[in-house]
Design a protein around this ligand. Sequence first.
Ligand code: FAQ
Length: 311
Amino acid sequence: AAADPTAYFAEVIAADQKVEPRDWMPEAYRATLIRQIAQHAHSEIIGMQPEGNWITRAPSLKRKAILLAKVQDEAGHGLYLYAAAETLGVSRDELVDLLLAGRQKYSSIFNYPTLTWADMGTIGWLVDGAAIVNQVPLCRCSYGPYARAMIRICKEESFHQRQGYEILHTLAHGTPAQREMAQDSVNRWWYPSLAMFGPPDTDSTHSAQSMAWKIKRFSNDELRQRFVDMCVGQAEVLGLTVPDPGLAWNDERGAYDFTQPDYAELMRVIKGAGPCNRQRMEHRRRAHREGAWVRAAAAAYAAKKEQANKK
Ligand code: FAQ
């Protein structure tokens, strides 16, 4: 190993090995990871709201138990990710404060409303499906704690995706009204799901550097294409239509041509003007306020324990 930490870092990246918390790393690498992991953690926590909205209205006890477990998994994912971010020298409290102050982001997708039960199916199929396509390569990300957190998260996301797919399959093979509800839901979520992968490569500010550092392994557009190609066959099995008249197999490229999402809409949603941004943030701020006594009690208990241990 080189004695010069800069050269050693470059060697670790070139050899596809992992950077670990105590290793030297460029400040910009650290900052990029904090930004991305925090945004990811916040997405999991805010992402509990659209589905939490349906827990009390699930159509059966079994559906309710499954949905409850899924939303609890999302809380767990948020916690693993905050823990991964903390290895970079920030605290979870600081990150939560940045979210609540509107200075860190969460995924655009969670600013859309969940209007019907079918949306629980579509979120599983498309939103968790997109999350998996994005996150499987992150299991090979160059930063060890993030890569390792992703392995477990991806296993749980696969279960989430399958449960959503099964809800949609049931509805799509149910009464005409249920079928229509399923199709309407897919129509509403298709383009916002494509937008989850971020701006097109030409407008992606971080991609080139993140790929050079092997944080990202594929570009936004590469992953979006992979997602579309995966969904087409699955939609056929569901008996539902992908709401894109421009969708067509391109023999030369060996991939589907498709209509891009409205990136101006993505930018508006990211900047706070999506249908539910205000509601999501208000809810999170209220939950944080109402949880203050739990945090205070936990801190007091920890301090008391520490005192007792010193004796
Ligand atoms: N929403 O230069 P790029 C889930 C921002 S899955 C909001 O391309 P980058 C599971 C971006 O931050 C969802 N902001 O950025 C679940 C940057 O702004 P900044 C969470 C977006 O980082 C399912 C600017 O635009 N997954 O939670 C979005 O290289 C169901 C320029 O963009 C992750 O976070 C967007 N869609 O690539 C839970 C995965 N796209 O920071 C509950 C990890 C872009 O300079 C229920 N993250 N921006 O102010 C990533 O892979 C990357 O960060 C990307 C963006 C691909 C999202």
